[in-house]
Ligand binder design. Structure first.
Ligand SMILES: *Cc1c(COP(=O)(O)O)cnc(C)c1O
Length: 497
């Protein structure tokens, strides 16, 4: 199966090429030329397998230029090698009749990004070997908090790769920042950008597609690639856990094979929910996808009106990984909804670039509404949901997960649809301890993040993940900061290192 750009120009490439490049030369995103099928019979078979087996099955349908053995090796190293703190990398937790949480934060950095970023380095290294280019991969990452750390952990000391992460200095939690600035490894660099996530993302995309910079990288024996969810190698592993969760629900008798499920996802860059969409398009019985946003509700408005408009205030919220106004992966959805009309997508993206807004043709807006339902949660409702879920179910959700639990409840209340609801739980609450404490009405001890952890643990009884406890003794290594306009210079310095 080959991959083409959402914006159409240029040739199709095998999956290894799409993974290596990250973004297509015309600035579009790689999409598969066709979508593989997942039948109920396939699901029945996958029910009898563990996570690694399910992952290999899904990956093999999309990454057809990889051998079964390559995929097996990559998946076993990512999910079977003791890097996750639970035997099942993505276990379920039940909130009464309200929702089933799909916990995606049992990896080494305690956020759902690990699900893909533990696998991506293996896929990327194998892709480089296939393409025989002999150059080193320079991975550039823009992060709203969690991707950066997960990518650093995935790529640290991986031969043939180096990684540079840009994060917004004021846009991440103290724990997220310490996780990144204290990163170990010989091939890593972390830079704070005096701007927001959109500045970081725009800067990285500009570096990738700048012919002069690409030439300079080549001269230094490198090529640029991306570990952001614009990279196809990030999305496929995310399809796996929706398929796997459905299998678990069937195996546990919560669903009969073929029964529909709704999926609610706390959304920022639209990668996670897009993976659920792909699972549904393949044949997973998904009825509705609920797109839950925080106060940065550009997607809620888009789903309601069909007009995307990023000209609006940007809010720093208690769910910082969703503080995004330009959701990159929406471009892939537009491509599929438009009947794979890359001319139309290129036009809409040019409008977004130029005016910061675009409006969908009516038929596309209708198609969008058939699969998706959008809602958002303000800060007060986020706090109330954290408290309610702890009080009602004895379960402590992180603020991102709380946004989704709130969205799921609102969907049910407004539509009356009581199809079983799977909610993506995307981070450990201990990554955001002061915010979670505030939600519980407890003032956070000032100055010391770790005192907040202890207090939160005593209130909730939930264990603190090992990787977060380990930060107690960590020292920040990377103190560099730059303006958004200086990111390219930082990258050149990093390449020359
Ligand atoms: C990245 C992230 C999200 C948003 O996921 P997208 O794929 O960008 O939509 C939600 N919650 C957490 C904790 C995250 O790290």
């Amino acid at each position: 199966m080959n991959y083409t750009s959402t914006r159409g120009r240029g040739q199709s490439v095998p999956s290894a090429g799409a993974i290596l490049r990250g973004i297509a030369p015309d600035g579009g995103l790689y999409v598969p030329e066709s979508l593989p099928a997942l039948t109920l019979e396939d699901i029945r078979t996958l029910c009898g397998q563990e996570y690694v087996g399910r992952a290999v099955w899904v990956l093999s349908r999309f990454l057809t230029d990889f051998t079964g053995e390559e995929l097996e090796t990559c998946a076993a190293a990512a999910y079977g090698g003791g890097r996750f703190d639970d035997d099942r990398p993505a276990p379920l937790a039940v909130l009464g009749d309200e929702a089933i949480l799909l916990e995606l934060w049992h990896g080494p950095t305690c956020a759902f990004k690990d699900m893909a970023l533990q696998l991506l380095p293996g896929l990327l290294t194998a892709s480089a070997a296939k393409c025989g280019c002999g150059r080193e991969a320079a991975i550039l990452v823009a992060t709203s908090g969690d991707t950066g750390k997960a990518a650093l952990e995935g790529f640290k000391d991986v031969p043939g790769a180096r990684i540079q992460v840009f994060y917004p200095t004021q846009g991440v939690s103290a724990m997220q920042k310490l996780q990144m600035t204290a990163q170990e490894g010989r091939n890593v660099s972390v830079v704070g950008v005096r701007g927001n996530f959109d500045d970081c993302q725009r800067g990285v995309k500009a570096i990738f597609t700048d012919p002069d910079l690409m030439g300079r990288a080549e001269g230094l024996g490198c090529f640029f690639s991306s570990a952001n969810s614009i990279n196809w190698g990030r999305l496929v592993p995310q399809i796996v856990y929706y398929v796997s969760a459905y299998c678990d629900l069937v195996s546990e008798g919560r669903l009969a094979l073929g029964d529909p499920v709704n999926i609610c996802v706390p959304t920022g860059n639209f990668g996670n929910i897009l993976a659920a969409y792909y699972a549904g398009r393949m044949g997973l019985p998904v009825k509705k996808l609920i797109c839950a946003s925080n106060r940065n509700n550009v997607l809620t408005d888009f789903l309601r009106t069909g007009a995307y408009d990023r000209n609006r205030p940007f809010y720093a919220t208690s769910s910082p990984s969703m503080d995004i106004l330009v959701s990159s992966n929406l471009e892939r959805l537009l491509y599929h909804l438009s009947g794979e009309d890359c001319g139309l997508v290129a036009g809409l993206m040019a409008e977004l670039e130029g005016q910061g807004r675009y409006a969908l043709p009516g038929a596309m807006h209708d198609a969008l509404g058939r699969d998706f339902w959008g809602t958002f949660c303000d800060e007060k409702d986020t706090r109330e949901t954290i408290r309610r879920v702890l009080d009602t179910y004895g379960y402590l959700p992180d603020p991102h997960t709380a946004v989704a639990v709130h969205g799921a409840a609102r969907y049910r209340a407004q539509t009356g649809d009581d199809t079983p609801m799977l909610v993506a739980s995307t981070a450990s609450p201990y990554k955001f301890a002061p915010g979670v404490l505030a939600a519980l009405g407890v003032p956070a001890p000032s100055g010391d993040e770790f005192a907040s952890l202890d207090l939160l643990k005593s209130l909730s009884g939930a264990p603190v993940p090992g990787p977060i406890l380990g930060l107690r003794t960590a020292k920040a290594r990377f103190l560099d900061q730059c303006a958004p306009g200086e990111m390219a210079e930082e990258t050149l310095r990093f390449l020359a290192r």
